[in-house]
Design a protein around this ligand. Sequence first.
Ligand code: ADP
Ligand code: MG
Ligand code: MG
Length: 892
Amino acid sequence: QKYVYRFSEGDKDQKELLGGKGANLAEMTNLGLPVPPGFTISTDACRAYLADGKVPKQVRVQTTVALREVEEAVGRNFGDAEEPLLVSVRSGAKFSMPGMMETVLNVGLNDETVEGLARLADDERFAWDSYRRLIQMFGRTVLDIPGEPFSEALDARKEERGVSNDVELDAEDWRAVVDAYKKVVVEHTGEDFPQDPRQQLDLAIEAVFRSWNTERARLYRRRERIPHSLGTAVNVVSMVFGNMGDTSGTGVCFTRDPSTGHTGVYGDYLQNAQGEDVVAGIRNTLSLEELKDIDGKSYRELRRIMRRLETHYRDLCDIEFTIERGKLWMLQTRVGKRTAAAAFRIACQLDDEGLIDTDEALTRVTGSQLSQLLFPQFDPHAERQLLAKGLGASPGAAVGGIVFDNAQAEEEKAKGNDVILVRRETSPEDLPGMVASRGVLTSRGGKTSHAAVVARGMGMCAVVGAEAIAVKDGEIRVGDTVLHRGDVIAIDGSTGEVFVGEVPVVDSPVMTYIADGLDAALEAAKGDDDTLELVEAVDRLLGHADDVRRLRVRANADTGEDAARARKHGAEGVGLCRTEHQFLGDRRVQIERVVLADGAEQREKALAELLPLQKQDFRELLEAMDGLPTTIRLIDPPLHEFLPDLTDLSVTVALAEERGEPDEHDVELLTAVRRMHEQNPMLGLRGVRLGLRLPGLFALQIRAIAEATVELRGEGKDPQPEIMVPLIGSQRELQLVRDEAEKLLAEIAEETGEELDLAIGCMIELPRAALTAARIAEEADFFSFGTNDLTQTTWGFSRDDVEGAFFATYLDNGVLTISPFETLDADGVGQLVEAGVKGGRSTKKKLKMGVCGEHGGDPESIHFFHRAGLDYVSCSPFRVPVARLEAGRATV
Ligand code: ADP
Ligand code: MG
Ligand code: MG
């Protein structure tokens, strides 16, 4: 089996096999760019190592051969006392995992070759500096020695010599440091630092493989949803030296500004330095611009290569380079990370420059980037005082007084005060406090902690793991700053920043664009070129998505007001109107009367009172969505939601009896509530079951829809209602509802002289409905997949109970990679959706199908629905732009 690949054998598309770093080193080599000779040991080798616990023999053999070729190319030999070849051993997985795995530089140095290197470079200081770096990196990475004893030894030497900076140490000093470091190795491992270069190399390779499975690497992958099975590659690269005096140096650069996208010279350079000195911040770096004056020739060559890489990768690249005595070497490149705003700008810039077309530009941005741009933000011009920084766990900007527990949160909320719940960490008991707060801040925990998961689910702003903050005894402390209950703080759930005091919150420019249109957004952004460019970029890419997408995007809206807002955001109809919301509040008593009615006459009277109210609801909704399909779901939730709480009522009745003045109505009510009490209302008398059990309820709603339609038509409008029956599990259920509905519609048509063939369809939200969809379709004009309930009933999860209780655990231990209520579980629930689509279309080829669960606004799920062949998705009005963009991306 082939495990080792020369750089000339690979290319940028082989990230799976060679890792990102190796694939791109190969690509640059084949472009003819100056890459030091080297080779890559594949991820196959890593997987073999992880399976067997030892490096396959073939790896050693093939490494020997490849190393010989490198020796030839460089003209020096590994381990040679006179002209030693040195190499770096660098990890590199398919996805970059910054800071997670390790690199060892200067492998091949020992007591003998260090002298050779000194003669070769005519620089003793440089050679011994390189040697001490090897011992330190090797010690930490391969031998697991902590960093402190090394830095202590170095500090001791500096102190002895009365200097504060590494560059002030001379060759003698570095010799002394090398001796000290060797002692550290012996003290910690009981063995000498290995002098055999080949042994160094083999141990370093194995250490890189091993580093794949360190605790922090596993944790990182879980968080980023990177599979543990990938493994890392190892790159062995001949060393070039940035630490050979002032004509040498090392640097990093970007082909464009990763925060704005502007082209220009972005980068840092450090003279007389090696490897990670640049990012480590040991010394102040120079800007790339300054390299022009230091070494114009290398600078110009670098600029040429930057342009070359950008046209080749057709994207922003980030680059690591080293200059060795005036000669430029390329050590790494990759398509660079960027902010959400930069992603939109850069995609359009590249489109304008002709490097990519608009289809491809659309693939370069994501719905989650767009949604980041839609969250309210702190006024960028406002002053602010940073208190601490944690992890941005759930985006948004929230301002409020500090509270520490549920009681405080609810008390302040009742007074109309905005609050932020601050805790060391949260648990399911803290849910009421979270609900009452604008945002949540914790000093412990990561992005999958309870607070983070729950906040994301609720769409509330959260900052977690702000470790600088001590939360104790009703106060928080950061250094000398002490804050108490009621003191105002502001938290930014995107950046993780926490500020003291009020910071004004404003609509983002992109939100202004979505809500008020391009002209309004451009007007508001006047004078700020970056914002103007951003708004135009979003307009272009969203417009393109609208042009190319097949999926229509509707919104879930219960009122005329919601529908109007959704329409502004680009919704092409209502996919779900939840009518039960119209029965809560003031009207609950009326529904209560329907439920408790004694005989048909009483019930009809109660229903008749509701009719004008319902009609008005639907008039407003249909008017706001005039001309667009509007799916109205008949009443769905469990009965008890419309009745008083059993415990509360029992107490009221008991107290009244104790006082000797029982209330007859209450007593009767209590009997009824007891009778109708359900152990598990979610699976009880609800949806179509209630409609069939309690005649008249559906009829009332259907009549209200029909009459509202007739009225609007009379006013010259074009209402497009669709009647949807919830919780269907069998064909017969729908047939019964349909027969009644058609009779009723015919009656109303007769009364009004209007033709009324309204579409009647159903939700597919029970596994049985999905499995018997072919038969159900005989009675349905359309299907709408209710993926929330379908997820609950497929997994047997009660959403309200499980999310706070154990999802954090399930995410930690890998049972779930993401909440199935957030992203559709394609493997499980997805199969039922596919079965439903297949069944439905087998009966009616053109049956219209959509989805109305929250998944309709989730990027990954939208791609699934596109592939599954649905006609539309429906989501909350706020997610409509995201859904439009993703529906477009799904087609290109
Ligand atoms: P990371 O993935 O953490 O950036 P790298 O493998 O890129 O790790 O290496 C760390 C540092 O060492 C980088 O600055 C890189 O440019 C430098 N480096 C790696 N290999 C060599 C080499 N052969 N010669 C000189 N510098 C190198
Ligand atoms: Mg690197
Ligand atoms: Mg449902």
